[in-house]
Ligand binder design. Sequence first.
Ligand SMILES: [Zn+2]
Length: 219
Amino acid sequence: MNNLSKHLILVVDDEKRVRESTALVLRSGGYDVNTAEDGFDALLQLRNDPLPEAIISDLNMPQMSGFEFLSVVRRRFPEIAVIAISGAYESGDHVPGGIIADAFYAKGHHRPEELLRTLAELIRTRAEQAAHHREQPAPVWIPRNGKDSKGVPFIVLTCTQCLRSFPLSIPREDVHEVQETPCLFCSSPVRYVIDFSLDVKSPTWHEPQVKANRAKLGP
Ligand SMILES: [Zn+2]
């Protein structure tokens, strides 16, 4: 890559208005921008298009949420820097627990210069970030499964080394952190985050959609 080529950024947001305004800010900052409507749409683009240097992704989206999408990105494309954006957190600059991103930007704050500064810093330190990403296997994003016959919540984990799946009883489902357990078969550590996307409601997240998603996930 030479200095004349622009850095390519992928913006992922289900709200057209947000997607376009974010793209506008980035283009004004001298970046090339692609956009996607949700996690699946973004993954499709990552398969066909040149890889972006950074991804800016919303968290609450239908189909595949940003939480899940970002864990897939970290696993498959550890070289891509990621900024999570959301209207659901009040937290300032730090990345909220359990979100696999390099930086966080609160949607409601409307400080585009801050987003551009964060992005420039991530692109500048890209090689270090990528090395850091490769050191630790990316956690898998695990859907909640419900309870076993004894009423204890459990999840099904797939080992990222031997690819076998096994059930795991858990004391609590609402842990917003990366957790780790040895694989039942090969003892490799499996890092995981239990889906907490429904605990985190952004102001634009409509109630009927939440109910529909809950129905899909089961009791
Ligand atoms: Zn294993």
